[in-house]
Design a protein around this ligand. Structure first.
Ligand SMILES: C[S@@+](CC[C@H](N)C(=O)[O-])C[C@H]1O[C@@H](n2cnc3c(N)ncnc32)[C@H](O)[C@@H]1O
Length: 237
């Protein structure tokens, strides 16, 4: 099963540290402090901003694995250990203690909903039995109708035709703009993510619920009730 990959231009929109403070705070709350035990691996860790902040705040040794060479160059330039690698086939070096998935799972998108679900589960399963703890920070989209809103966003962003139409609408209504048009993005509700974790073989042992983010009025048409970023500590069942 193949991941649909964002273009370099799309990926470069993530070269910022906007969410790092929240992620480091949640990591501190959720993960027990044992920096001497091993390395924190940040899968899809981008430019290394989370890894750098975590080392500075808790003394953790960190390593970023990302498929984007420019991000790994940035890691090196700020003194963070980085490896070009794939979340779906990560190199395991044997010194890992905690593995983080910060805002990457929703980018593991395949050609259909079921392929996407399998990719997201697969990335988590790669570390099953290899580390005692996973830390996941993800977008939560709660809907007014079941789990509809994040599914609608997936269907629109992963379809070329619908993405073309949506990007034309976004010229008039900028809040419809998405940097994943034509490739797809798969946000989920809290319940849906928990089912994915369970299916991957993990139990959720701690959760940090994020603050609700502002929702632009036009986006309410997608029946979005809440958008927030939650963090989870996962342990193998
Ligand atoms: C939205 S950015 C998140 C960056 C950072 N973790 C954060 O929370 O701000 C997603 C990152 O995942 C990386 N990525 C996407 N698919 C990947 C894969 N299969 N293997 C490794 N990295 C991947 C992208 O290159 C990008 O750096």
């Amino acid at each position: 099963m193949n991941q649909k990959i964002l273009t370099q231009e799309q990926i470069s929109s993530f070269y910022h540290d906007e969410f790092v403070a929240d992620q480091v705070r949640d990591f501190g709350e959720l993960v027990d402090h044992h920096p001497e035990d091993g390395v924190v691996v940040d899968i899809g860790g981008g430019c290394g901003f989370f890894a750098r902040a975590l080392s500075a705040s808790g003394g953790w040794r960190t390593r970023v694995i990302d498929m984007d060479p420019a991000s790994i160059e940035s890691c090196t330039s700020i003194g963070v250990e980085g490896r070009i690698g794939n979340a779906l086939a990560p190199a395991v070096e044997g010194d890992e203690r905690v593995v983080c998935f910060n805002l990457i799972l929703h980018h593991l998108v395949g050609s259909s909903e079921s392929a996407t679900r399998s990719l997201q589960i697969d990335a988590l399963r790669k570390w099953h039995g290899r580390v005692p703890t996973l830390f996941v920070n993800e977008y939560i989209y709660q809907s007014f109708l079941g789990r509809l809103s994040p599914r609608l966003i997936f269907e629109i962003t992963s379809s070329r035709m619908l993405s073309l139409f949506a990007s034309m609408v976004a010229r008039i209504v900028p809040s419809f703009k998405a940097n994943t048009f034509g490739v797809g993005v798969r946000f989920r509700s809290h319940e849906d993510w928990c089912e994915i974790f369970e299916e991957a073989g993990y139990k959720v042992t701690k959760v940090a619920i994020g603050s609700p983010e502002p929702i632009a009025h036009p986006l309410r048409l997608l029946l979005i009730r809440t958008i927030r970023r939650d963090s989870y500590r996962l342990e193998p069942k």
